[in-house]
Structures are given as C-alpha cells and as structure tokens.
Design a protein around this ligand. Sequence first.
Ligand code: FE
Ligand code: FE
Ligand code: ZN
Length: 277
Amino acid sequence: MSYLGSHLSSARGYLAMGRTALAMGADTFAFFLRNPRGGAARAVAPEDILALRALLEEHRFGPLVAHAPYTLNPCGKDPRVLAFARSALAEDLARMELMPGQLYNLHPGSHVGQGPDAGVRGVAATLDAVLHEPMRTTVLLETMSGKGSEVGGTFEELRAVIDRTALGDRLGVCLDTCHVWDAGYDIAGDLDGVLEAFDRALGLSRLRAVHLNDSQYPRGSHKDRHALLGRGCIGPDALLAVACHPRLRHLPFILETPTDDAGHAAEIQWLRERMPV
Ligand code: FE
Ligand code: FE
Ligand code: ZN
C-alpha cells in the first residue's frame, strides 16, 4: 500500500507534525527544516525528534519527505546564492541524520542564463560539496516543469546530474505529477509510457517519492501551477491511476495542492476510499 500525506508546518515542533499527520489520516508527511523562503534553520530539541521517531515507528509511517527551501538554487551564478545553497543543505542534511532513513527532496535549481549544461555541472558540484559517507538520508532530485531556466525538466537532465555527482548512486528522484505534466509528459494519456521513459533514463528503482498534484494548465505549459486533486487538467482518474499503479504503490505520496490541513485530510480520505487496500 502507498503512504499518503501532505506538507506540514514545523513551527510547533517535530512531534506536533507527527500528531497532526495522524489526525489527518496520513502516514507520511513533508516538511521544511527552515522557513521555505530561506533563512536560518528553526531550533529543534533532540528529544522532540526522538519523540517523533517513536511515533513514526509505532504507527508504521512510510518515509518522510523533507524539502529544501524553495529559494535555494544549487546551480546559481552569484557566489552568495551558491554559498547559501551549500551551507543550508549541509545544515539540513546534518539534522536529517537525527532521523535516519528519511528522504530529503531538492529542486535542481535554475541555471539563470548559464545554459543547461552549466546548470547540470553546477548542481553536481553543489551535491559533491554536501553529500558524504556514511549518510543515512536519501537525497532526491525533483522532476521540474521546465519553467524559465529550470534544470530537471526532463528525465535525461536529472540523469546527467546523477552521472556527474561523485555519490550519484546514492541519489533518488521525486516525481511531481504537476511538474512532469507541465514539462510535457502525458501521465494522463500514457502513464505506462511515461514510466517506461523514466525507467530508461533513470531506472524506476531511483523513484522514491511522488508529489501528487493536479495542474491548472494543459500538458507542456511549463507553468508549475498546482491544482486540487481532480480539479485541474490532469484529472481525478489519471491521478488515481498514479496512486494505484502497481509499480508505484509502495512509495510515499505527498499532496502539494493549494489547500490547508483540513483540505489535505479530505483529499487523503478521497484517495483512501478509492485505492485498493
Ligand atoms: Fe518541490
Ligand atoms: Fe513538488
Ligand atoms: Zn510545483
């Protein structure tokens, strides 16, 4: 069975996120280790993380999917942008080691006019600076919509980043349904074909998490505007087919739809009622 959850606020602490997830009927969740717009990491008591770990185990949660700040650009041009990316990633990953075995998702970033190849090299250089052995967290690269100068709008571009990273074998991928749709992949009309393309470029074993979102725009729009499940251009049947796909069913599915915790709880219930047990 798949694990379902949404993004939760870490403002009230880590155990509080676990309790909120339980109350929502979730068995995974996503969170930021600092303000999503950047800034310093929120202070956290080690006991709080230990208490969350006990809750996750007791209630058989799937892997959590932490998210790097949105403002972090691993392939930026400005040295200050790169310095922030490296220090924030290093700090976030150090904290993730306090809860071993979870996932940490990262946008490859934007090459800001340097060109896609330079972007790929930049992301790999940043990853080389922050990945280390032994590391018990799996870092995921997110599939992007290809908006502006985003790197990662194709599966092949993510593969190029992995190939250029020294510890690339340790990297996974998070597939965002809104992003791949906006990038042009037809997950509504030919889900199996898209998964085959993913398998050819990256290997399906690298797929470790899904961001389950509908899209406000038609396929190939490169917009990246999420919609509520079933209220966008991908549609309810196609999103259910993703959540129920036999090759994806073991993964954590994170909702990033434009609603609040109550809205996400309703979407989780909607999915659970329609998914095979
Ligand atoms: Fe994301
Ligand atoms: Fe996403
Ligand atoms: Zn998005």
